[in-house]
Design a protein around this ligand. Sequence first.
Ligand code: HEM
Length: 148
Amino acid sequence: MKKHPLILILALLFVSMPFAQADHHEGEEEETALEEQMSGANKAWRSIRRQIKDPAKNASTLALVAKVKASFTNAVDMTPMLAEERSGEDKEKFVAGFQKAMKRTIGLVGDLEKALKAGDNAKAEEIVAKLNDSRKKGHERFKPEDDD
Ligand code: HEM
């Protein structure tokens, strides 16, 4: 063994690698399809909030808004993980409620687009506040409490 420390290290790496992979694919930290869309929207959302007041950045803000819209349009057809704890009519109602709230949110994103295109940053700011409210309420109703 003394003569081949590199071989030992490589062997250890080789043996531990499948475990690391199994952890990633089967562990609790696997991202749901909905989480993926939400994370994408969140990144753009943070920048939107930072620059919403600045009319000089409206073209860039509009590009970010388009990203949020695309993510939420994908999200509408997805099932929140909390729905899986329910069944039958209860589950259907939960999913329908989620879809309704998500569609309403997409409507607000459309309003935000219009305000920015019209160069009305004061109105755009108001809509951002409404969207923050939608996020808060949507998460209270449809998202597990332990992660944000
Ligand atoms: C500006 C609006 C919003 C932002 C920035 C946002 C952002 C996020 C973020 C960062 C997560 C956590 C993702 C992760 O753990 O990887 C999340 C999860 C989630 N969000 Fe939102 N969200 C918004 C609006 C909404 C709305 C309106 C609803 C419901 C109608 C909603 C429902 C959910 C649900 C259900 C989850 C948990 C994911 C799952 O069940 O698989 N979100 N969101």
